[in-house]
Design a protein around this ligand. Structure first.
Ligand code: MTE
Length: 331
């Protein structure tokens, strides 16, 4: 039997939650909780979770040991044409299917343990190894970059990420000359992420870039945002940010980075091959099979803006696709 396995987030713009409903009091309070304001143990916290309709508050987690590193120095080469999305809005509106299929997964994501956290480096490398996130942050100190973020659902935000240029990580990993792709995977732990019990998706969440893309200037392994370590709902402790591609390429909570000769099958490609591809470069002139990509709704203000080719990063990335015109570059 054929099951239509498309993303629940892939609804037409017309069905997207109107701004005034999306950001009602309950959501904003949820965001404040998620921001950490109410994560102290005690009765007040339990009360807030009752109010949010959750039976149990997630167990409080120890503070992030990398907190003292932030804020980090901003790299002024990366500027924005729009205001940064307010932190509380970002923290309360996320896609992270491991914790649920709507945007309000912030409370559930607090159950994710983020220490110890190791990243396995494997595949076509000089020597496979593992590195703990805190050792990685010492070896490759983070910088701040302001990036646009465009979801395939036709909404956008603008983020102050802190992190490590992926090209520096690739140099650190020492891939062999035969490596053609960089494959990144999210943790697999259905005990804390009950979305991973769903048979509809090919867990763990997998994404990839070509080695040429990965060693270009923009791909960023974000370890922080808003001058702090990354919040769990944003993909703590380390996630990808590839701002010229639709947001689903930016895999969260990465535990392995492999170098391969074969192009990986990514989670959304497997779930909906007619709608989601490997490349997923932003292009306002190439519609999603079910909606236009010409415009985007700015989360937080509701402003409608024209979408930019490569999300405004054509100067940095267009050269990567010369000679690849026969590939489905924009899905
Ligand atoms: N990574 C994992 N592991 N699981 C996910 O569900 N969703 C993707 C991407 N990375 C997702 C993921 C999608 S569709 C988007 S738009 C962005 O994360 C959302 O990132 P944000 O919640 O920080 O805005």
């Amino acid at each position: 039997m054929l099951i239509r396995r498309t993303a629940a987030w892939s609804m037409p713009e017309s069905q997207a939650t109107p701004e005034h409903l999306a950001f009602n009091r309950r959501r904003v309070l949820g965001a404040a909780v998620a921001a950490g304001a109410a994560f102290a143990p005690g009765a007040a916290q339990a009360g807030i979770f009752d109010f949010l309709g959750k039976k149990e508050a997630p167990k409080p987690q120890p503070p992030d040991p990398s907190a003292g590193l932030y804020p980090v120095k901003r790299n002024e080469a990366y500027t924005l044409d729009r205001p940064v999305t307010p932190e509380a809005i970002n923290l309360g509106y996320n896609n992270f299917y491991e914790f649920g299929t709507d945007k309000y997964i912030a409370a559930a994501a607090q159950a994710l343990p983020i220490r110890p956290w190791t990243i396995k480096i494997g595949g076509l490398v000089e020597s496979p190894r593992e590195i703990g996130i805190d050792d990685l942050l010492k070896a490759l100190p983070p910088e701040e970059r302001l990036y646009r973020h465009r979801c395939v659902e036709a909404w956008s935000m603008a983020l102050p990420w802190s992190g490590i240029p992926l090209k520096d990580f690739v140099a650190f990993a020492k891939p062999l000359g035969s490596a053609k792709y960089v494959v990144m995977k999210t943790f697999l732990n259905p005990d804390v992420a009950d979305g991973q019990a769903s048979p509809l998706y090919d867990w763990p969440y997998t994404e990839g870039l070509t080695i040429e893309e990965a060693t270009s200037e923009l791909p960023f392994l974000a370890t922080g945002a808003y001058g702090k370590p990354l919040a769990r709902q944003m993909g703590a402790p380390i996630r990808l940010a590839v701002p010229w591609k639709y947001g689903f390429k930016s895999v969260k909570s990465i535990v392995s980075i492999d170098f391969t000769e074969q192009r990986p099958k990514t989670l959304w490609q497997v779930a909906g091959p007619r709608e989601y591809g490997f490349w997923a470069n932003v292009n306002p002139d190439v519609a999603h099979p079910r909606w236009s990509q010409a415009r985007e709704r700015v989360i937080g203000t509701g402003e409608i803006r024209p979408t930019l080719l490569f999300n405004g990063y054509a100067e940095q990335v267009a050269h990567l696709y010369k000679g690849l015109e026969r590939e489905p570059l924009y899905m």
